[in-house]
Each structure stands twice: as structure tokens, then as C-alpha cells.
Design a protein around this ligand. Sequence first.
Ligand code: KG4
Ligand code: ZN
Length: 376
Amino acid sequence: MRILAIETSCDETAAAVVEGRRVLSHAIYSQILIHKKWGGVVPSLAKRAHEERIDMVIDEALLRSRISTHNFLTPLEPPRDVRRPRAIREAQSRKKLASSILTSIDFVAVTYGPGLAIALEVGISKAKELARKHNKKLIAVNHMEGHIYANFAQNSKDKPKRELKFPSLVLLVSGGHTELVLWKGELEFEILGETVDDAAGEALDKAAKLLGLGYPGGPVIEQLANQVSFVDIYKFPRPMIGSKDLNFSFSGLKTSFYYFLKKKSQSEVNKNIKELASSFQEAVFDSLLTKLEKAMRETGVTRVVVGGGVISNQRLRALLRSLAKKHKGEVIFPPQKYLCTDNAAMIGVAASFKAKHGIFVKNFDKLDRIPRLRLG
Ligand code: KG4
Ligand code: ZN
């Protein structure tokens, strides 16, 4: 059962071919360089870049799926000058070959939300077009479910071998979402808590912007934070940390950081930039860990599955590991770094579970993006 998966929910144009949990190929064309100079993702530019690149990315994933020794390949290189006659000929023959590979694909899967509306629509209409043209069934996948199933992706040797165990707790931490989920069974989820304002990754991105560090902020903040000995000198506030529910809030932290910086001179900020980055990061992670621990206590579930771009962070990983150890539980991380941030392999793996349960799109015309998180 081979699935071609497409993901265009934010700023990565991605496609993958999977066979069950096995990732045969994946290709990602990151738009980071396009959005960097604007300090964040610009929806209209994202849409245009997805439109320009989607065919090339899909062809690349299809072509790579023929390499049987595949083992979690790297992202795409920027294309060579496509106006040269030789490049045109090459592209045409690649297209022909990719199209012939498509005949051996059983289903087409696509992210239908949540995400940027005009970006999602590029992937959705391409998936519909391919499914119609090649007479394939279509599978619509929730982006956040993709981040969960990313943990169970396998390479061509079916590694790592991991069992899906229920119930598990899930902590999803990305640029658009922060969710605590009870995973009750294949495709069965209950949202226990979520952010009431900014997402954790968004908070890190905004803090980086205030510090003049560029986009995306999470990795730069991590890099600076790694260089300090005292991780939490400034002790910035942790809004909602003591609330009875399992929700998160990060906008108060961001505001307090903003006013704190406003009182400092540029040279003071520059001198203490590592400590500022680290203390901000600690405040975000402390909020995440406190509510996760509360959820572990309340549910008695100590197996934690994690996902989303912020999970790439080594400090957050260490904190999660020690929390799991304290509760004699375990924490499962996506097996490869690219499986933390947005990619299509995770959409393919989630889609394979949907196919197993016979969940396909009944009416292509009615498939529309989902505006917000609705798991299952
Ligand atoms: O999952 P993702 O790629 O896209 C969304 O679905 O939003 O997550 C992107 C987010 C950004 O906010 C980025 O700053 C953050 O993940 N991020 C990190 C790291 N790498 C990416 N945050 C902290 N540490 C990192 N190493
Ligand atoms: Zn994501």
C-alpha cells in the first residue's frame, strides 16, 4: 500500500512516498530564506512559493522512492537555473518518469489543516488534481496528527521498531500549536489542554525578534542558551502555570519580556543576550513541563509522545527525559530531526493508519481545509 503524501500547511513545500510506516522517500523545499527578511511567514509569499515548487517537490519524492536503499534523505537543494535548454529537457524527462512512478502509487494523501489557509489550498488542490487524473483514492490528514504519527515513521529497514501503546499522552509544540492530548487508540484523540493565546514556538520566535535575532527564532535562542551556565537568571513570568486546567498561555510572558527589554539599553541587551535567551526559553519550557506533569498525575499515564518543531530543542528534550524518569515513564521523540519540523513523511504515515481504517475522502468537491484543530 503506497501513499504519496503532500504537505503545504505553512512554509515548507513537502512530499513523501510511504509504504505503511516505512518512509520510501521524502523531499522538502524550505521557504525559510524567503520569509527570513520579513521576520516571519508572509502568507501570500508562502502561497506563491508552494505553487512554484510543488510539482518539482512531488516529482523529486516520486523519483527518490525508486532508490531502494533510501534512508531518511536530506532536504532538497535549490534547483539549478530552470531556463536553460538542458535543464528544461532534464525536467521534462524527470516529469515523465515521475508520472510513470505515480501509477504504482495506491493513494494520495494531503494535509487539510490546521495551517495557513492559502498555503493549505495549494496542496489540497494539487492532491485532488492528481487523485482525479490518476484515479486514486484521497486521504485527508490533520497536520497535528501527522506530528504525532511522525514518531512511528520507519526507515527502509523498518527501524526504529516502536509499538503504538494506548493510552499515551502527547505534547505537541510547534510554531502554530501547543497541545496536550490523550491518545486513546489509533486515530482516537482527546485534547486535554491547549494554548489560550500564542503557541510556544511563536513565543520563541517573537522573543528572538525582540532581541533582533531573526527568524525562525527557536534554533537561534537555543544556540545562545546553550552557552550559559545559569539557565534562568531573569526568572520571567510563567502565566497560567498554577491554573487548575491543562491549558497554556505565553502572551503575558512575551509582553513582560518586551517591557523588560524596553527598560534596558541596547548595549545591556547585547551584553546579556545569552542569559536573556536562556531565561526566556526556560520560562516557556517550565510552562510546558508543569502542565505535562499535571496531566501525567491526573491521568496516571506516563508514556509521553512528543512532536512539533520546538521538540528539536536539546534542552527541552533533556527536561522531558528527566520528567519521564521521575515518573518511571518514557518519552518518545521523532526518530529523525526532520520529523520534528514540518514534513510530508509524517502525513504519509498518519495517512497509512487512515487507509488501514478505510477512511478516505468521499466527495472530492466537498474536501475543504479545516480551520482549527480537530483530531480524529
Ligand atoms: O512544527 P513546525 O516546523 O511548524 C509548525 O507547524 O508551526 O515548528 C516551527 C517552530 C518555530 O516556531 C521554530 O522557532 C521552532 O519550531 N523551532 C525550535 C527549534 N527548531 C524549530 N524551537 C526551539 N528550539 C529549536 N531547536
Ligand atoms: Zn507543524
